[in-house]
Design a protein around this ligand. Structure first.
Ligand code: S3P
Length: 168
């Protein structure tokens, strides 16, 4: 089974997955990076040209491909919006990184490196609403939930490792 990290934009999925993969000496894949390789371009450009629905189709195809291997997978925050994805994820070990929504919005706004098309076009209030609309889906597919607010990335990875050791 794969270990899949889910959560809203800015939850730290990529950072924690990378750390976890290093600690567990397991392969790691970031779906957004994979998508950009497939597109040979950036996610914001793809959104601008083809729209969200086309992005979601590619995202599902990339997820399916990634699930072929037993590896640690960092997902994009919108992975749970598709019912097909949710069904796929329910068969895996899924870790939901739960973070206070206000903190997520602040991190998204501060992040100079990652341009997130869905965040660019939204006010803070609309972003919070998007989080609330997805929250139940994150919880629905999660095998475990880790509260990230009071923890460093190293502590979060450690906590996940404790859980993972119970699965084996
Ligand atoms: C999205 C989140 C992004 C990326 C795309 C759409 C979303 O990934 O997949 O911009 O719908 O929440 P991160 O969660 O890694 O920012």
């Amino acid at each position: 089974m794969a270990i899949v990290l889910i959560g809203f934009m800015g939850a730290g999925k990529s950072t924690i997955s990378r750390l976890l993969a290093k600690n567990l000496a397991q392969p790691f894949i970031d779906l957004d990076d994979e998508l950009e390789k497939t597109l040979a371009g950036s996610i914001p450009d793809f959104f601008a040209e083809h729209g969200e629905a086309a992005f979601r189709k590619l995202e599902t195809a990339t997820l399916k491909q990634a699930l072929q291997a037993e590896q640690i997978i960092a997902t994009g925050g919108g992975i749970v919006t598709s019912q097909e994805n949710r069904q796929l994820l329910k068969k895996e070990h899924v870790i939901y990184l739960k973070t206070q929504p206000e903190k997520l919005v602040a991190r998204i706004r501060e992040d100079q490196k990652t341009i997130r098309p869905l965040a660019e076009t939204k006010t803070d209030h609309e972003l919070l609403a998007l989080f609330l609309a997805r929250q139940a889906w994150y919880e629905e597919v999660a095998s475990i939930m880790i509260e990230t607010d009071q923890r460093t990335p190293a502590e979060i990875a450690q906590k996940i490792q404790e859980e993972v050791s119970r699965w084996k």
